[in-house]
Design a protein. Sequence first.
Length: 420
Amino acid sequence: MKSGSNYLRKPKTDVDRALKNMEKSKRRRQIEAERKKFRRNQQPKGPRRKSWGVEDADEADLTAFERIMPRDEGERRRMLEQAAQARNGGAQVDEQAEDGAPSRKPGASPNGADTVVRAGLVVEFGSGLCRVDIGGEAEGEVVLCSLRGALAEQESGFTNPVAVGDRVTVRLDGAGGGVVEEVLPRRSLLARPDVFKAHLRQILVANADQLLIVASWREPALWLELIDRYLIAAARGDLPALLCINKLDLATGLGEVQETLAPYTALGIPCLLTSAETGEGIAELRARLQGRTTVLAGLSGVGKSSLLQAIRPELNLRTGAVSDRRHEGRHTTTQAVLVQLGESTNVVDTPGIREFGLAGLGRSELSGFFPEIAAAAEGCRFRNCAHIDEPQCAVRAAVRRGRIAQSRYHSYRQIYAELA
């Protein structure tokens, strides 16, 4: 009997041999592919054949180096050409190429139409597109525009590079559309935390003259904390604010409403009492809006669109009823839209919201947005007093004595708890 391991090994069958040959063939193909890749990488490479506006360069020059334009260099050069044309009185000279064909005019689009850059006002924005009024109030020519790529890539702390109310420059494409090239500096804004990126803010409206905080006495019930949050956002965006209490017809007495609003009137905040149903206070509201660009903001269902409808019945704005089950408003305005009420009078109707955060605000800054709390804090024992549970806190003592409204102090504590 033969000894050793070879004796116990099973004889190979045809199937075993075929499988072994297949493995060898697969391995040979892999090795050959790697060899080809190595040889290909070892061969010298010439530069890519790209020419960005250098039509008369020699072949030798093109093989010697590669020219790559920075981002948006083409747009920058077109803007420089347009500025040069403006200095020369707008005259354009036709040039002939070497082959006798006319070359493109500076500042002209590829289809032969002259590129026109206009200033305009953004009246609607959404999904990366916006409508821009480039004709002013006299003509009212509105064009649908996309955004220049560099605008979306800028890190500004905001999720939307363009907002309703922005003053922009638009390069028209000659086909009824255009591209927003630049957003001019803003003088005011109203912003809130982005829904999906809480560390960034979403601009609701830019360059407004005032913020009209609209609330209702009932249906939905008056929410003072939301009013206080809007006042803080307005102060952060350099936006003067005034308060409008709508649905006054649902109040049992005027004295109760005035007592509730006393903390705001003491701070010098104008408070308007209106009813879109009966027309009460509409004339005063119309006077407050005259000659200004006003942002309307507030809880869903408080009657922002109804108030605009009462001021200008021909607007035919969409309005809705309050939910019978939850006594909350239903969304009828889905995005901010600028509405012209008359010459030099614009209103931006914003979507109703059920919460309003204050991203980027620190706890140490909060008391500065409550003037009555900041004044009382001078008497606190500790300079860094948070006015929550510290001993010898002058702010809490002022609340107990009635010098600071309980509602305002409640808003302060609620907002303080959510800030970093």
